[in-house]
Design a binder for this molecule. Structure first.
Ligand SMILES: C[S@@+](CC[C@H](N)C(=O)[O-])C[C@H]1O[C@@H](n2cnc3c(N)ncnc32)[C@H](O)[C@@H]1O
Length: 239
């Protein structure tokens, strides 16, 4: 998952799909400042190739990332020299500092295994927030919004390179198994790559429960930009 080959294709495909990291980062900063006007530091978790960080760093004095895949990190490091990027697992990391805001975007939370893993992850994120800090998570689809057998298809042409991406998603218990096929072609030939993702399905209530248990009661915010909505929690003092 997100290894060599796939990491390089990632940005090409999402640029083609019209993903607007600048506008998303602007909206995230707005959500944070509405709850914590003096927020000055942000950690983007599962930060991938740094799409959001590139713009968050223009809006926060401190912007850092945490990412598990060395291949995705390598691309982010090359693109964002000077920015602190940590390698780690969102479910269990310890950076020895706290932030005013933490973001976990593009449904990356779906990579946790089950409800216990979701709760563990949210506790770990909350431990890295100052009191009053803001935790924003873009969820994966909910069980009742998942479309079984869903197919997504994209064709990206860039200079002499063409990339076709076709994904097919099926339900497997409390998770979605998404198989992504890529045909990556240039004048040298055509490569076929297959990447399999398992993304856990949680209801809105399960997410809200995990936020509350982590001491960050959350509201669910909908906007045109984020079709899956966003959970926005604020870390409160322990009762
Ligand atoms: C859909 S991509 C999103 C990347 C980035 N947030 C964006 O919006 O472009 C999911 C990312 O989550 C990372 N990831 C998956 N499981 C992780 C984990 N347990 N800890 C940290 N990162 C993880 C993957 O390596 C990948 O970069």
């Amino acid at each position: 998952m997100y290894e060599a080959g796939f990491a390089e294709i990632y940005d090409e495909v999402h640029r083609h799909r019209g993903k607007d990291y600048a506008a998303e980062a602007a909206y995230l900063a707005q959500l944070v400042r509405a709850r914590h006007p003096s927020a000055d530091s942000v950690l983007d978790v599962a930060s991938g190739t740094g799409g959001h960080l590139r713009h968050l760093r223009e809006r926060f004095t401190t912007a850092e990332g945490l990412e598990m895949s060395p291949e995705m990190l390598a691309i982010a490091r090359e693109r964002l020299p000077g920015l602190r990027l940590h390698q780690g697992d969102m479910r269990a990391f310890r950076l020895g500092r706290r932030y005013d805001a933490i973001t976990l975007m593009f449904s990356s939370i779906g990579y946790v295994l089950d409800q216990a893993d979701l709760e563990r992850t949210l506790r770990c994120l909350a431990e890295h927030l100052h009191l009053g800090g803001v935790l924003i998570i873009e969820p994966w689809v909910f069980p009742d919004t998942f479309l079984p057998g869903y197919v997504a298809a994209d064709l990206v042409r860039h200079d002499d390179r063409s990339i076709a991406r076709i994904s097919h998603s099926v339900r497997d218990g409390d998770a979605v198994v998404m198989t992504v096929h890529y045909l990556d072609a240039d004048s040298g030939g055509v490569k076929h790559l297959t990447d399999v993702h398992r993304l856990a399905l949680f209801t809105r209530e399960q997410y809200e429960d995990a936020f509350a248990k982590a001491g960050c009661p959350a509201e669910f915010v909908t906007s045109a930009q984020f079709s899956r909505g966003l959970f926005v929690g604020v870390r409160t003092p322990p009762a």
